[in-house]
Design a protein around this ligand. Structure first.
Ligand SMILES: Cc1cc2nc3c(=O)[nH]c(=O)nc-3n(C[C@H](O)[C@H](O)[C@H](O)COP(=O)(O)OP(=O)(O)OC[C@H]3O[C@@H](n4cnc5c(N)ncnc54)[C@H](O)[C@@H]3O)c2cc1C
Length: 361
C-alpha cells in the first residue's frame, strides 16, 4: 500500500483540528502521514477571551493528549426560569463525578493544544506524500454558505464580571423571555463569564449602557444569588445562528466540529460535540489503517457513527435556545423544570448526556 493511501490532511487551526491531529498521533499516524495547517501564535482577543465550558467527557479525552491549563471546576449547575417557579440543580456529587465540567478560556486551551502538537511534531519533516493525502478533514470552523440555517434572532452579549459572593463552583443558567442568560465560574476567585442572549437590538443597547446601568439591568435579569455583580471587561456581541453543513458529494472529505455544525451556546455543547467528532474519527481511521483498508472508505461509516450524537445534541440545543422564549409554553417548561428537580434519575440522565454525549470510548 502506498503512503498516500494512509495519509490524512487536516484543514483548520482551531481546537477541533488540533485535537484530531493529537488523537490521530495516538493512533499511530506519524508526521509522514499527517499534514496540518500552521497554528497561529496569537488569536484575536474576542476569541482568546471566550469562556468555554468543557464537559467532563471532553476534559478526559483531552487529558489523554495534552497538559490542560488551570480551569474552574463546575460542581453544580443551577437552571431556573426568571420570574417563574421551576428550577433544577444538577450536582457532580449525585453522579459520583469529580466535576460536571471545567471552564477555561478559548485562548488557554488553544495554547495547550498547540504546545502538545508542537511537541509531537518537533524535529519531524512531514513527508511530501502527505500533500496528496487520501482523506481531507475539514475542521476550519466554517460550515459553509450552503448550510441549513436556523436564525435564533438573538445576539449573545459576552463579558466578565466580579461577584460580591462566591458561588462555590456553580454555573447558573437563567431562561428568560428574551433568551438564556448564563454565568460560568472562571479560574479566578469570584470571577464569572457572562453569556446574555437577547434580541439583537436589546443586546446592542445593553452593550452601550454605562457600567452602573448595565449592572442594574443584569441584576434584575439574574437576581441576587451572587450579590452585586461588577462589570470587569469589554462587552462583545456575537450573533447566534445554528448552521449544519449539508452532506457534500465530495468523496474523500469529511467535516467535523463547527465546520459540520455550529450551535447556539446555550448548552455549552459546540466544542464538546466537535471533540467527540474528532475522537470518533481518529478511532475509525486508526482501525482502517491497522487493517490495511483505504481511508477513503471512512466517510460513510463516520456519518453513520456520528448521526445519533449529532442529531440529539443539535435538537437539545435548538430546543433550549428557543423554548423558553415562547410565552405560550413557558408555563409547561416551568412545570418540566420543577418535575426534573423532583425526579433524580431523569435529572441525572440529562446531566450525564451533557457530560458525555454519545461516544464510544
Ligand atoms: C459565545 C459562545 C460561547 C460558547 N461556549 C461554548 C461552551 O461553553 N462549550 C462548548 O463546548 N462550546 C462553546 N461554544 C462553541 C465553540 O466555541 C465552538 O464549537 C468551537 O470553538 C469549535 O471549534 P472548531 O475548532 O471546530 O472551530 P474554531 O476554529 O473554534 O472556529 C470558530 C471560528 O473562530 C474563528 N477563528 C479560529 N481561529 C482563528 C484565528 N486564528 N484568527 C481568527 N479567527 C479565528 C473562525 O472564524 C471560526 O469560524 C461557544 C460559542 C460561542 C459563540
Amino acid at each position: 500500500m502506498s503512503t498516500a493511501r494512509t495519509a490524512v490532511r487536516i484543514e483548520g487551526r482551531g481546537p477541533v483540528a488540533m485535537a484530531l491531529a493529537l488523537f490521530l498521533a495516538r493512533q499511530g499516524f506519524g508526521p509522514g502521514s499527517l499534514l496540518t495547517d500552521p497554528i497561529p501564535d496569537e488569536l484575536p482577543d474576542w476569541l482568546a477571551s471566550r469562556a468555554i465550558a468543557l464537559s467532563l467527557g471532553s476534559w478526559q479525552l483531552l487529558s489523554r493528549v495534552a497538559a490542560l491549563p488551570p480551569a474552574a471546576p463546575i460542581l453544580r449547575v443551577e437552571a431556573s426560569l426568571r420570574g417563574r417557579a421551576g428550577r433544577t440543580r444538577m450536582q457532580a456529587a449525585d453522579l459520583h463525578a469529580p466535576a460536571l465540567g471545567y471552564v477555561l478560556r478559548y485562548g488557554s486551551l488553544h495554547r495547550a493544544l498547540a504546545d502538545a502538537l508542537a511537541a509531537r511534531q518537533a524535529g519531524a519533516t512531514p513527508g511530501e506524500i502527505a500533500a496528496v493525502a487520501a482523506l481531507a478533514v475539514v475542521a476550519d470552523g466554517d460550515p459553509g454558505t450552503a448550510s441549513k440555517l436556523l436564525d435564533f434572532e438573538q445576539t449573545a452579549l459576552l463579558a466578565e464580571l466580579v461577584a460580591e459572593r462566591d458561588g462555590h463552583c456553580t454555573a447558573f443558567e437563567r431562561f428568560t423571555d428574551e433568551g438564556p442568560l448564563a454565568l460560568l465560574p472562571l479560574p479566578q476567585p469570584r470571577r464569572y463569564a457572562l453569556v446574555w442572549c437577547a434580541r439583537p437590538a436589546e443586546s446592542a443597547r445593553r452593550a452601550e449602557l454605562g457600567a452602573p446601568g448595565f449592572e442594574a439591568g443584569l441584576r434584575e435579569a439574574f437576581g441576587s444569588a451572587l450579590g452585586a455583580l461588577r462589570l470587569d471587561s469589554n462587552r462583545v456581541l456575537a450573533p447566534l445562528q445554528r448552521k449544519v453543513r449539508r452532506p457534500g458529494d465530495e468523496p474523500g472529505r469529511i467535516a467535523i466540529g463547527n465546520a459540520a455544525q455550529a450551535l447556539h451556546p446555550v448548552a455549552g455543547q459546540g466544542l464538546n460535540l466537535g471533540l467527540r467528532d474528532a475522537f470518533e474519527l481518529a478511532a475509525l481511521l486508526g482501525e482502517l489503517r491497522a487493517s490495511g483498508r483505504p481511508l477513503e472508505n471512512a466517510a460513510n461509516a463516520f456519518a453513520r457513527a456520528r448521526r445519533a450524537d449529532r442529531a440529539l445534541t443539535v435538537a437539545i440545543t435548538d430546543t433550549l435556545a428557543q423554548a423558553f422564549t415562547w410565552p405560550a409554553i413557558a408555563r409547561l417548561e416551568s412545570l418540566a423544570l420543577g418535575a426534573l428537580d423532583l425526579a433524580a434519575p431523569a435529572r441525572n440522565r440529562v446531566a450525564s448526556s451533557l457530560m458525555f454525549g454519545l461516544r464510544s470510548g
